[in-house]
Design a protein around this ligand. Structure first.
Ligand code: MUC
Ligand code: MG
Length: 404
């Protein structure tokens, strides 16, 4: 039986990890992005660069939203975990043994899934580039060439959201809209969603993401009104821990609407518990919260076996993390409910040479080596927090007009 000790002392072979660097970028958003817990005006992804002994170089990304407001990890904690613990644990190891890298990181660091995901992503990119194959070939091969692409309406203003939705429909970019609610009263949210739904008038499907803002009673009371308003998918209406309320809602919803777990489904064990308790209809999959691409596939396998659908979620990554997500989502069978890899379009600028193609409401999977996107070093330098000397401002708790 292998032990953590035997993993750490295993003779490195194949493609060895020579060096890892990580940095925080600060990239402004094109507008305020308002969630139930506050508004963000910039994203601060952690970018990992990883070199192999054959000279190949791969990139990884972990983005979170609003510092440690979305979950426990923040850009600063991710950077610290990588520098202090994860990079030393995997440097010198065989980069192609992804499962073993995960175990090595698990030995030195409990939790910290976002940080581990960024390192694993960079290793997969580097190995795929070294072998000159697209990353999806190392992950089981692709099932999809493109995925329907959702856009999140979250300006906080119904008129602006309607204008934005009209523009997206006109340019055939998006016809699936996710509305961020939960910051205002439920009555105000129902009015906001109803107005947008009336405006798009059957031309788009509508999801709401409540980001844990409601208790079970509020969800029971207002979800039916939102169904009447045209919402078909309800993402994380209750607190991350409140699985009972999630399960009750799932059991009582009419067949026209589905409940999607997001913050509640992180580890494969979470997925198993939710599946066993029939606590949701859909899992939102995200590389960062699952701890990497390999674990994302584990969670998706549980979804598949339990007749739970999957949705390609985002943590508003740049084109790098979004392409990595597209690669893993493209390998997943089972019932999918679209993807929302629109992070690059929410940011004022990107870190790659050419963004992924978007065509006829879909995101097209890039086919080049690695994740199929090329990171531009000068762009990393431009947004590098350490170079710009910026302070970590993450989330504005309702003072949206004071910034930007
Ligand atoms: C979340 O909770 O899903 C995804 C899209 C968006 O607008 O926010 C994120 C986070
Ligand atoms: Mg969500």
């Amino acid at each position: 039986m292998s032990t953590p000790l035997s993993i750490q002392t295993a003779a490195p072979a194949g493609l060895r990890i020579e060096r890892i660097e990580a940095r925080i970028l600060d990239i402004p958003t094109i507008r305020a992005h308002k969630l139930s817990f506050g508004a963000i005006f910039r994203q601060s992804p952690v970018i990992v660069q990883l070199w192999l002994n054959d000279g190949a170089c791969g990139f990884g990304e972990a983005a979170t939203i609003g510092g440690p407001s979305w979950n426990e990890e923040s850009p600063e904690s991710i950077l610290h975990a990588i520098h202090q613990y994860l990079a030393p644990a995997v440097t010198g190891q065989d980069a192609g043994r992804f499962e073993q890298l995960i175990r090595q990181m698990d030995v030195v660091c409990k939790g910290n899934r976002f940080a581990k995901a960024a390192v694993e992503m960079a290793a997969i990119d580097a190995v795929a580039r070294s072998l000159n194959v697209p990353a999806y070939q190392l992950l089981g091969g692709k099932v999809h060439d493109s995925l329907p692409l959702a856009w999140t309406l979250a300006s906080g203003d119904s008129d602006k959201d309607i204008e934005e939705a009209e523009r997206m429909l006109e340019i055939r970019r998006h016809r699936i809209f996710k509305l961020k609610i939960g910051a205002r009263t439920p009555q105000e949210d129902v009015a906001h969603v109803s107005r947008i739904s009336r405006a798009v008038n059957g031309r788009a499907s509508m999801t709401v993401d409540i980001n844990q803002a409601w208790d079970g009673n509020t969800a029971r009371r207002y979800v039916p009104e939102l169904i009447d308003a045209g919402v078909t998918l309800f993402e994380q209406p209750v607190a991350q821990w409140n699985e009972e309320a999630l399960r009750d809602l799932t059991a009582t919803l009419p067949h026209t609407a589905l409940v999607m777990a997001d913050e509640t489904v992180c580890s494969p064990q979470d997925a198993m518990r939710l599946a066993r308790h029939k606590a949701c209809h859909v899992f939102s999959l995200k590389i960062a919260k699952h701890g990497g691409l390999v674990r994302t596939r584990s969670v998706a396998a549980i979804a598949n076996a339990a007749d739970i659908g999957w949705y390609g979620g985002t943590m508003l990554e740049t084109s790098l993390g979004s392409a990595a997500s597209a690669h893993v989502f493209a390998t997943l069978p089972g019932v999918h409910h679209n993807c929302e890899l629109f992070g690059p379009q929410l940011l004022v600028d990107d870190i790659v040479e050419t963004q992924m193609e978007r065509r006829d409401y879909e995101l097209v999977l890039p086919d080049g080596p690695g994740f199929g996107v090329t990171v531009v070093p000068e762009r990393l330098a431009r947004f590098d927090r350490a170079r710009a000397g910026l302070t970590p401002v993450h989330v504005d708790m309702g003072r949206a007009s004071a910034q930007n």
